[in-house]
Design a protein around this ligand. Structure first.
Ligand code: SAH
Ligand code: SF4
Length: 409
């Protein structure tokens, strides 16, 4: 333990309620967990592997939610399954569609907490951005999610469930008799870039991603799944060996001094440690580059000198730099860099040999863009004053509210 102040001083963890139903939810179980559950419920050992595959196909290939519909299983066996198990997803409580086609889903999980999921259609692909936690224990000063105080880890079922709910909404389940390979995949890519720090919920994220990658699961290639982390150094190697998906790292600053302010976990895992862990990332090669995310904050991290320092810092790492124009949210203590500034920055990075795409903000009109996510029902938000104080910025002017003014949050 060090004597430095805690990085996440004011988080109120939400206790997980014990499951009410006696029946076990099959969604989100790993293969060994499912097999063990089937055997415990009376499936003969010799059949368990076959039953496991059949159930996965019904649940993840076909989107079936009732044991009765599983027509290649004997009636008695279906009844046995229904007596012991459920197939349950979180509840989709709202759906908003942006003028640009982006869809934002509000998803309610056990206990009444909510997370957001965003679907971004683009030419030739569709990306689903999923959440790993309600809120986030980290307090990056430019991120709306980081202002939410209540935090709870999602279960593997709740993480896979987000993908399944989006497939429901998009009508993506294959028609009867069609093989998964013949499907139109509206969701072709998956990014863990919604609410939460995925590496602080490692086991559930790993189990959910294994289901997403499995050929009998959601069947997405591991190269089409990207996990974004703020830099939880001890878990980075594990992400490579135990999940094996693509990695994105929220860098955002090129000196420890600035990164300590923007991404406070940097005080625990500073830049040299982070970059060493990335150089050792098991999957790293020219064909599997690391994505560095870099949010463009006006006058804060967007100078030519920052761009040059960035390319020196990551020298030797096969990488792509994703420049994210800052997305504003109510009370945010930063502004988006001017477009010409972002382009000048991108140019320096590009000339140094790195792809440097500028991420077009999507779904801003529905607050679905990066860093804008936060449960609408979440009331315990930090004030503008607390945010400014954490960012080391001057205090905003206080606005005196009329006693009859409506409460906007
Ligand atoms: N917790 C993980 C993943 C979720 S955030 C992480 O931090 O990497 C997904 C990306 O959006 C991160 O790169 C994050 O830094 C960025 N982001 C957060 N707030 C933002 C904002 N207001 N504007 C633009 N990007 C933002
Ligand atoms: Fe958490 Fe990522 Fe937001 Fe930082 S940027 S507060 S790690 S969700």
């Amino acid at each position: 333990m060090t004597a430095s102040p805690p990085i996440t001083p004011e988080v109120l963890p939400i206790p997980r309620k014990p499951p009410e139903a006696a029946r076990l939810n099959l969604v989100g179980l790993t293969r060994p967990q499912l097999r063990a559950a089937l055997v415990a419920a009376g499936t003969p050992e010799a059949q368990a592997k076959m039953r496991e595959n059949q159930l996965w196909q019904w649940i993840y290939h076909k989107g079936v939610r009732s044991f009765d519909a599983m027509t290649n299983l004997a009636k008695d066996y279906r009844a046995l399954l229904a007596g012991h198990f459920t197939i349950e997803l979180p509840e989709m409580v709202a759906r908003t569609v942006s003028a640009d086609g982006t869809r934002k889903y509000l998803v309610r999980i056990a206990g009444g907490h909510e997370v957001e999921v965003v679907y971004i259609p683009e030419d030739g692909r569709g990306t689903l951005c999923i959440s790993s936690q309600v809120g986030c224990t980290l307090t990056c000063t430019f991120c709306h999610t980081g202002t939410q105080r209540l935090v709870r880890n999602l279960t593997a079922a709740e993480i896979v469930g987000q993908i399944m709910l989006a497939r429901d909404d998009l009508g993506e389940w294959p028609a009867q008799g069609r093989a998964p390979k013949d499907e139109t995949r509206l969701i072709s890519n998956l990014v863990l870039m919604g609410m939460g720090e995925p590496l602080y919920n490692f086991d559930a994220v790993r189990d959910a991603m294994k289901i997403a990658m499995d050929n009998e699961g959601i069947s997405l290639s591991r190269r089409r799944i990207t996990l974004s982390t703020s830099g939880i150094v001890p878990e980075i190697a594990r992400a490579g060996t135990e999940i094996g998906c693509m990695l994105a790292v929220s860098l955002h600053a090129t000196t420890d001094e600035l990164r300590n302010q923007l991404v406070p976990i940097n005080r625990k895992y500073p830049l040299t440690q982070l970059l060493d862990a990335l150089r050792a990332y098991p999957k790293l090669s020219n064909s599997e580059r690391i994505t560095f995310e870099y949010v463009m904050l006006k006058g804060v991290n967007d100078s030519d000198a920052d761009a040059r320092r960035l390319v020196r810092l990551i020298a030797g790492i096969p990488a792509k730099i994703n420049l994210i124009p800052f997305n504003e949210w109510p009370g945010a203590p930063y502004q988006r860099s001017a477009w010409e500034r972002i382009e000048a920055f991108a140019d320096i990075v590009h000339k140094a040999g790195y792809a440097s795409p500028i991420r077009t903000p999507r779904g801003e009109d529905i607050m679905a863009a990066c860093g804008q996510l936060k449960s609408a029902t979440e009331r315990a938000r930090k004030s503008r004053f607390e945010i400014a104080a954490e960012a080391g910025l001057p205090q905003p002017e206080r606005v005196v509210r009329r006693p009859d003014a409506p409460d906007l949050h």
